[in-house]
Structure formats: structure tokens, C-alpha cells
Design a protein around this ligand. Structure first.
Ligand code: F6P
Length: 541
């Protein structure tokens, strides 16, 4: 496929952008008709693109670009379970995890519905047995806590969803990801081995961090309860059966995941087990249902009204035509505090690429740097740069109209929700409108404005709407990958650092200095070893 820049529509967009160079959101927003034309809704998820520096004509051109880049055909291929992840020879069929039997998903020609349904049934059985006390710890006590041991996609999804759903109804969830022992030690320090269940989540069961933490957890448990307790207290989610049984787990305690589920798209699989254990299976199923609603919308709706496509193309406009390299995710909801880091993996691991699907260097920018924090906390940290910095940053503002109390005034006692939502409304307006110098407004108190943002308003933050929101972003990332012609489903960029770390582990444990180290790394290694004392470099362990 020729690079997007060569397409006549891309060129038309570039010309359109040049012609609108002087336009300011302050003027664009004066037109209520334009706002209506740039605002869309589906099933309680409202998307307002009108604070992006674009018009209905811009959007028409962007949609023409999406068509020309083959978004509709690639979408069909995605849902048909074709090999859309060419470098790894895999389908990417996370939609099958939240499908109904009648959807009939096949991964590279093989039906997957039965395996998915069986796994959900096993998850339901485990949660039921634990909730009812039928399955207990080795000493006969009921489980009270679940510790998820995993990293990347085997951590961020369940961690973020558990945070988003508020206080747990069943087991209290905990998450351990970092290879830094402080992570697991701090979690274990507040737990009782007799009432703790571990879920080791690792698609490959080879990930250094997860294996180290799982071994530490096993030592902690067996020291207190003996080796035989492992069978009762550990389950795993993996496709590496040998790895997990080698760790000491019985096959009965393993939940499968398949190679057509990418790590960052896996929260809908058994990787979501901590969600089911903490909130119950009906909640997990409601999350899946919300995501399926967005899948059907993405698959069946014309591009003009298709929320993931519209969100994606607004992002293309900001990244490739406005030249904006940073994108902030700003949920005005404390419980969505982990959404920015979840989307960081989803967007940056998927589309942070500079080689295209044909093996050629890309001719245009791809994923922006994603960062963010829950509003209003970020307002008192990095918003200064968003408003007055030298580089423009685009933003997504996300909130739910109704709080945990449902419709009507919030019963939070201090007007918290009104204040939260007032800030959610005010910040994107301030970014867009800005403020000029004038009487009583010195230069350092001026705001350039014209800083683009998208607003996503959910009716409420419940499992259904959360499912909708996450699937919206998944498909947005897919569409952008199609336009940029990158494979959104591999992640070879994470490998080199892992390879270089392997011999350094040995060196830090007293082994020899790896050959071929650059002088900087070698000097740092020497300094670390000196400061840590202990064995001399090169000495046998
Ligand atoms: O290092 C990146 C990565 O491969 C992610 O894509 C993945 O989510 C994570 O590591 C964890 O992998 P695993 O589930 O195999 O332990």
C-alpha cells in the first residue's frame, strides 16, 4: 500500500489545513451548527469533537481518507479473524471474547466461540465456589483477598477495571507487577496467607517480572502453610501449560488464553479473572456486553456516524496535520485514575511504530506520546503546560454525568461532584477559548487558547459504559493503525531492552561483565557494583 502522504486525499487535507491556518477555536465554537455536526452519541456514550480545530468539511475529508486507506475492508478482515497481525501470523480477535454464540467468530478459519464460552463457564464456576465458600484455602478458611501477579496487558486491564468499579463486593483485589521486590513485599505485608488467592497471569509464562513475583509469592505461602497449599492458593491464566505446570500448578487450576488475544486486548479473557473474583461474574459479563455493543456499532455503522472511526480520524488530524506529538488522557473520575496508563499501553504499544506493514519506514508520524492523570489532580501539576506551554498537546476529557449515587443531586455532602464536573466542563473551554491581553490582563496572564480537545461523556460509570469506553479506544487504535499502515498487534519494540538486561542480571549477581557493553553502561555497572559492595565482579556465585 502506498504511504498515506502520497494519496490525493492526504494532499487535499494538507491544503485544507494550510487554508485554515489562521482559524481559532474561539471563532469556530461561535457556530452552534458546527458543534452539532461534530457531536455524536451511541448507547449512553457521547462524543464531542467540536473543540478540535476542524470543521464539517475537515471531517468529510478525514472520512474520505479513512475510506481510501481501506478502513472498511480492514475492519471486515479484523472481524473475520483474518491474519491482521502479519508479523506474528495471528488474528486479533478480542471481540470474540465478548461475543454471543450467534456472532460465529473464527480465528484464521477456526471457530473460537466454544472455547470462549467454556472458559467463561469455568471462571463463573470458580467465582461461585469462592463466593459460597465451597472452595477455600488450605487451612479451611474462606478467601478474602486475590493478588494478581502479571505485568503489561496481564496487569493493567484488570487493575484499571477493578479501580473503576469502586469497592469490591467479594475478594479484595491487589496487583503486583514490578520486578522491584518492594511491590510484592508491600502487598504481602498486609495479607494473611491462609485467606489469599494468587492469580498468576502471563500469556507466555516466560515474563521475568511475573515469574520472579510468582516464585516469591509461592515462597511466602509455603513458608506459612507448606508446599501442599500451592494447589489451593494458586491459579494461572496462560497459554504455556508446560511453564505453569512446571511452576507447580495443576492443570485444573489453569485458565487458557489464545494466541489471537493480544496482551493489551486481553482484559476480556480470563485475564479479567480478578474482576470476576472481586465484583462477581454478572459484573464481568456486563463489561463484556458493553464492549460487544461498541463492537457491533463499529462493525455496522457507516463511517460518518461511527464513534471509533471519528475519534481515530480526529486524532489523525491532530497528529499528522496539526503536528501535535503529545496527547493527554484526562478522566474526571478518581476511579478512572488508571485509565491513562492503560491507554498508554494500548496506544503506544500498538501504534508506536516507525516501520510499516510493508517493511518500509513510515512517511508520517504515528502514535503521539500518551500521558495523563485523573482530573482535578492533574490541573495542579501539568495543566500549566497544556494551557501556556510552547508545544500544543491534544486531550481527551472523560467523565460520567451521573455519579455513584445515580441520577439527581449527588449525596456526597460537600458538592464534590458538582465541583468535579464544573472543572471537567471548564478546562476544555479554557484550552479552546484562551484569553487575550487587555486592561488588567498582563502578558503572563494571557492564554493562547486554540488547544484541541475531545470530550467523552458517559451517562454513568458502570460496567456496561466502561466496556463501551474501552472498546471505543481499542477500535480507535485499530483505525489509526490502518491509516498509518502499521501492524497494531505486535510489539517488537519491547524486546531489545529485555535482551540486553539478561546478561546484566548475571553480572549484577556476581557474574562476569558482559562483552560488548558501551562505555557508559559499563561504567554505570561498575559504579552500581561498587556501591552495592558484596562479591567482586567476575567472582563465582
Ligand atoms: O513486554 C510487553 C509484553 O509482551 C506485553 O505486550 C504483554 O502485555 C506483557 O509483556 C506481559 O506478557 P505476558 O502476559 O506474556 O507475561
Amino acid at each position: 500500500m502506498p504511504p498515506p502522504k502520497r494519496s490525493p486525499i492526504w494532499q487535499a487535507l494538507a491544503a485544507h489545513h494550510r487554508a485554515a491556518r489562521g482559524s481559532h477555536l474561539r471563532d469556530l465554537l461561535a457556530d452552534a451548527k458546527r458543534t452539532r455536526a461534530l457531536t455524536f452519541s451511541h448507547d449512553g456514550l457521547h462524543l464531542d469533537l467540536s473543540k478540535n480545530r476542524m470543521t464539517a468539511e475537515t471531517l468529510d475529508l478525514l472520512l474520505a481518507l479513512a475510506r481510501e486507506r481501506g478502513v472498511e475492508d480492514r475492519r471486515r478482515a479484523l472481524f473475520a479473524g483474518e491474519t491482521v497481525n502479519e508479523t506474528e501470523d495471528r488474528a486479533a480477535l478480542h471481540m470474540a471474547l465478548r461475543a454471543q454464540a450467534k456472532d460465529g467468530f473464527k480465528a484464521q478459519g477456526t471457530p473460537v466461540g466454544r472455547a470462549v464460552a467454556d472458559t467463561l463457564a469455568r471462571m463463573a464456576a470458580l467465582t461461585r465456589e469462592i463466593e459460597t465458600g465451597q472452595r477455600r484455602g488450605a487451612t479451611g478458611k474462606r478467601f478474602t483477598d486475590v493478588v494478581n501477579i502479571g505485568i503489561g496487558g496481564s496487569d493493567l486491564g484488570p487493575r484499571m477495571v477493578c479501580g473503576a468499579l469502586g469497592p469490591a463486593r467479594h475478594l479484595t483485589p491487589h496487583f503486583v507487577a514490578n520486578v522491584d521486590a518492594a511491590d510484592i513485599q508491600d502487598v504481602l505485608a498486609r495479607l494473611d496467607p491462609a485467606t489469599t488467592l494468587f492469580v498468576v497471569s502471563s500469556k507466555t509464562f516466560t515474563t521475568q517480572e511475573t515469574l520472579a513475583n510468582a516464585e516469591t509469592a509461592k515462597r511466602w505461602l509455603t513458608r506459612a502453610l507448606g508446599k501442599r497449599a500451592v494447589a489451593a492458593h494458586f491459579v494461572a491464566v496462560t497459554r504455556n501449560i508446560d511453564g505453569a505446570t512446571g511452576f507447580g500448578l495443576a492443570e485444573d487450576n489453569l485458565f487458557p488464553i489464545w494466541d489471537w488475544v493480544g496482551g493489551r486486548y486481553s482484559v476480556w479473557s480470563a485475564i479479567g479473572l480478578p474482576i470476576a473474583l472481586a465484583f462477581g461474574m454478572p459484573t464481568f459479563r456486563a463489561l463484556l456486553k458493553g464492549a460487544r455493543t461498541m463492537d457491533r456499532h463499529f462493525l455496522e455503522t457507516p463511517l460518518e456516524k461511527n464513534l471509533p472511526v471519528l475519534l481515530a480520524m480526529a486524532g489523525i488530524w491532530n497528529r499528522n496535520f496539526e503536528g501535535i506529538a503529545g496527547h493527554a488522557v484526562l478522566p474526571y473520575d478518581q476511579r478512572l485514575g488508571d485509565l491513562p496508563i492503560y491507554l498508554q499501553q494500548l496506544e503506544m504499544e500498538s501504534n508506536g511504530k516507525s516501520i510499516d506493514r510493508d517493511g518500509q519506514p513510515v512517511a508520517q508520524a504515528t502514535a503521539p506520546v500518551i500521558f495523563g492523570q485523573a482530573g482535578t489532580i492533574g490541573q495542579h501539576a501539568f495543566y500549566q503546560l497544556l494551557h501556556q506551554g510552547t508545544d500544543k498537546v491534544s486531550s481527551d476529557f472523560i467523565a460520567a454525568a451521573q455519579g455513584p449515587d445515580g441520577p439527581g443531586p449527588a449525596k456526597d455532602g460537600g458538592g464534590h461532584r458538582d465541583k468535579l464536573l464544573a472543572n471537567f466542563l471548564a478546562q476544555p473551554a479554557a484550552l479552546a477559548l484562551g484569553r487575550d491581553a487587555g486592561p488588567g490582563v498582563p502578558p503572563h496572564q494571557t492564554f493562547p487558547g486554540n488547544r484541541p480537545s475531545t470530550t467523552i461523556l458517559l451517562d454513568r460509570l458502570d460496567p456496561h459504559h466502561l466496556g463501551l469506553l474501552l472498546a471505543l479506544y481499542e477500535h480507535k487504535v485499530f483505525v489509526q493503525g490502518v491509516v498509518w499502515n502499521v501492524n497494531s498487534f505486535d510489539q517488537f519494540g519491547v524486546e531489545l531492552g529485555k535482551e540486553l538486561a539478561a546478561p546484566l542480571v548475571d553480572a549484577l549477581a556476581g557474574g562476569t561483565t558482559p562483552r560488548g557493553l558501551d562505555p557508559s553502561t559499563k561504567a554505570l555497572l561498575t559504579r552500581v557494583r561498587k556501591l552495592r559492595g558484596g562479591k567482586k565482579p567476575g567472582a563465582k556465585r
